[in-house]
Design a protein around this ligand. Sequence first.
Ligand SMILES: *Cc1c(COP(=O)(O)O)cnc(C)c1O
Length: 363
Amino acid sequence: MNATVFVEVVPSTNPLKEGQRKKLLEDPGFGKVFSDHMAVARWSQDKGWHKAQIVARAPFQLDPASAVLHYGQEIFEGLKAYRGKDGRILLFRPEANARRFARSAERLAMPELPEQLFLDCVKELARIDAAWISQGDDASLYLRPFMFANEAFLGVRPSREYIFCVIASPSGAYFKGEGKPVTIWVETELSRAAPGGTGAAKCGGNYAASLEAQAKATKNGCDQVAFLDVVERRWVEELGGMNIFFVLDGKTLVTPPLKGTILPGITRDSLLVLAKEAGLNVEERGYSFDEWRADAASGRLSEVFACGTAAVITAVGQVRYQGGEFTVADGKAGEVTRKLREQLIRLQRGETNDSHGWVSVVA
Ligand SMILES: *Cc1c(COP(=O)(O)O)cnc(C)c1O
């Protein structure tokens, strides 16, 4: 339907001075520092996708009636550009992000962005801002593609104008003291996603709906919140922004199945493949909070970890909920968690043989 849209590159006339950039890159944290450029493309009903450009990063001017501000028609993605030891710039499975973005758009009644345009924007941005990508195990350039409704109109129907944008943020470890296990709050009242809802789409609205539970987790001394299913309030689904895995008897990996209420994580999918190849038993099946507690008490539960692009793999050490708490095994990051994390990181950074064709060389 859409003819190929080319991305015009208009370099910034005022990029940050090298000294200032290097200073920011010393300890960028997560999502606080931004690179010099952004990708932007526009969609309108009569023109389709058009005016795709890489330009200097700058604020948008929005009409106060812009549809996104009222009804939240917004989706996003998250992927990282890495600098390998040989200096190459690599992306990990960006086609999977492009595909998921198209599926999220469909669920939010937005126009589909051609996968090639998504990939061209992401890659051109990583290339032009390559100086923002540092080497080192925790360093990467986090790329954030997103799309929002931008028609100035207060009626309730899909917008007739959209903006697609990609911004880039150099980042270090997602959690302070990465490697240190996190504490999880299991939320038994508030929910994130219901059957038939938008749980499998990567949309801002899901995050808005998870923030009160996240605040509750923080108030209870926890780093992250885990959600249960809405129907029975029994089955573990995922965290606010990460999928979850359980390791039983040191050799069986269990993760909840994708049934429309869980975000289909690319990290989750990659780990399922790597775990199978490593000879672990892999089970995508319902795992209840009762089972979780029972397995922790009996000692069957050897490890729990959460995974996603931003934090990669994070061990879960402690679990709290309304009325109790327990520790996962000895509360430390386990063997399976550490091995999978190491393997994935080395793969993403181009340090091991990429037998699946997951690594994409950008420059
Ligand atoms: C993005 C996201 C994940 C992780 O997905 P990855 O593709 O692995 O980064 C998990 N859960 C939610 C709710 C997410 O938004």
